[in-house]
Structure formats: structure tokens, C-alpha cells
Write a protein that binds this ligand. Sequence first.
Ligand code: PAF
Length: 282
Amino acid sequence: MEVVSKIADLKARVAAFKASGKTVGLVPTMGALHNGHASLVKRSVSENDVTVVSVFVNPTQFNDKNDLANYPRTFEADRDLLAGLGATLMFAPTADEVYPEPDTRSFSYPPTDTVMEGAFRPGHFNGVCQIVSKLFAFVEPDRSYFGEKDFQQIAVIRAMAAEHFPSLTICPCPIVREDDGLALSSRNTLLTPAERQIAPAIFKALSRSIAFSKQHSVAETKQSVIDEINSVDGLEVQYYEIVDAIALRSVTDWNEAEHIQGCITVFCGHTPIRLIDNINYK
Ligand code: PAF
């Protein structure tokens, strides 16, 4: 696996692969790679001749300076993991390389980017669209892979890709979980042992709500999840929304949409660490 940090080198390598007829998969990441990322890379390696993995902590998607400063960075371990998984190219640029001047583009795909994370993290999805659209333009991949833990992010990226990169296929990949159900996330490494112990209560509550939802309304199901999680000392739900899985509009009735997803964000511990998760109802 080759590691490149310059856009010109990335483009030159990818152009050479494409000239020999190879298909290209792109896995955008912010590093601190775990088995969830590994599942995306493995899938790309199995579906494409060439897999490019970007490792870049994108400043424009952080609306909190501390969150950006504390985001885990593990370059050597990431490089070794990617090489072992059979990735072809690792693209690890500096912020100046990606943003030689401020990116003033704005992207807007309501309601996908205005609800939930969009409401609580203003500007977050605009930053995600800025970096992901740049990566799509640099690599022009055939397919790009994203984890369903960031369920809303996939909906926003789908909308952005439909507008600007219509021939690109967005490939959502299932959430990878720890044995106790906690969704894998780079942020999990920031949890103290005590926080790590209580965090699985999030997925427990979501899982239990599946059976509960068969006998109860959307509002009752939503409240039961919030109450169960808030009853754990150290956990506090920021929002739990039950939404149609495409436009991400809140539903009030289980028959209102073909596919329904519950999306949650929970503050864990005193720092606190913000954990997100989601579950499919139908
Ligand atoms: O999901 C992430 O890690 C990031 O939001 C992404 C898609 C790599 C863009 O920086």
C-alpha cells in the first residue's frame, strides 16, 4: 500500500489505475480506525480493483473546537491496519493541502441536513459535504463506502452525490458492534472505564424497543427509549427521533413510511462524550 499526502499524487495514481481499466472504491475516514472502518475497507477491496482510503480529520465539520482538538489521531496504527486489509492507497493530506483557501461552498438538502444532528451541530453536514465532495472530485470513484452508524450522514451524502456525482454508487455498510452491543466509534476510545461500562445501555434500550413498538405507538416507543436510557446514571439523551429512513422526517404512526429508523444521540459521562446510534423498526 502506498501512502500519499498530495492531491496531485493521489490523482496521478488513480488516473494510472483507471487507464488500465481498474475500478476504484473510496472509503473516506477521519482515522482512528476500528473494525467498523475495517468492514468498509474489506467490502471495497472485495468489490473494486483498487481501494483508496482517505484519513483526514476534517476541520470544517467540527462545530466545537475542543471536539476537533480531542479527536483521536493514530496515523501509524491506521496505516498498518489499512496495509493489512489490502487497501491500495492511503490518502493522508494536511488541512492546508485540502483547504489552500477557505471553502465557502454551501450545501443544503433539507430536511436530511436540518433535523437531528443538523439541528444540534449547525454547519456539521455542510463541512461533511465540503470534504466528501472534494474527495469524490479528487478520486472520481465508482463506489464509496460509509458506515450506517452515521445514518443521517449517509442520507445527506446520498443527496449531495445525486446532485453532483450522479454516476457514483453510495454503499451503506451495517453498524459493527462490540460484544456488549456498543456501536464501534473512534470516540469510544475517549470513554473512561466507568463510562465504557454504561454506554451499552444505549443499544440495549434501542433493541428492547423493537418488541415494545409492536404493541405501542411511536410516541410511547420514543418515550420508553428516552426514559430507559436517562434512568442510567451518567447517560443523558440529547434526542431520540423516530423517522422515515429516506427523508428523515419524524413519523407519528408506524404505517406512515415504508422504512422507519430510530436515531439517537446520548451524552455519556462528565466530559461528556457524545455517542450516536440507530436502529431499524421496519
Ligand atoms: O464519517 C466520517 O468519519 C466523516 O464524517 C467523513 C465521512 C470521513 C468526512 O470527514
